[in-house]
Design a protein around this ligand. Sequence first.
Ligand SMILES: [Zn+2]
Ligand SMILES: [Zn+2]
Length: 241
Amino acid sequence: MNFPGLLTLRRLAQRIDLKATRCVVCGTLCHEGPLCPECRQELKPRTGGYCPRCGRHFGEDDDTPHLCASCRSIPPPWNALGFHGAHEGLLRELVLTFKFRQGLHLTALLRDMTEQAFSRMDAPQPELIVPVPLHRRRLVWRGYNQSLELSRGITKRHHIPLSTKALLRTRNTIPQTQLEAEERRKNIRGAFKADEEVQGKSVLLVDDVLTTGATLEECAKTLHRAGASAVAVLVLSVAEK
Ligand SMILES: [Zn+2]
Ligand SMILES: [Zn+2]
């Protein structure tokens, strides 16, 4: 018996590249996901030319790892920082989409990038992962906590426990993006409460972006006050101060 229909289908399948997929960022057809070569190039991690404590970017030609002047005089309240790249261009767009424009389709990609940034970190393995919490009201409004979503890849791949109760936001604050650096510090002061489960533990604090550092500083101080033995910070992007 002859199956002309089946034969045509097979020929058609040979002509269409069945392995082709679409880039999750720009939608271009590509052979290897999740990113097309252009987006992959633009989203390359930053591996040199920054201060290892605050992420401040040095010039392109300054590649030797060293602390910036600011961290030498007043070090931030964490002992290590991991991040993917500068908060600019495509990375900035993805971080903002993920946070403000219901960008849940980017979850797997950004989770992977966070996990890779964690693997590159030069710090002892933490005992507890703590995502920067949202206030209950904002969580209900947004539907998800972007920092918690970013943390899940690390906890899964490195088998480090994650706690959403270790740090709580007890006060709903004005969004930090509307404020200047000093106002941000005042706005966020006393907004968190840490649970005694952090006592004696080294904690990895996870957020999406480090801007002025006001939120992460307040979180780190709160964790230290509750007895955390060490605090390290992991973010996707670091903004130029
Ligand atoms: Zn693309
Ligand atoms: Zn620094």
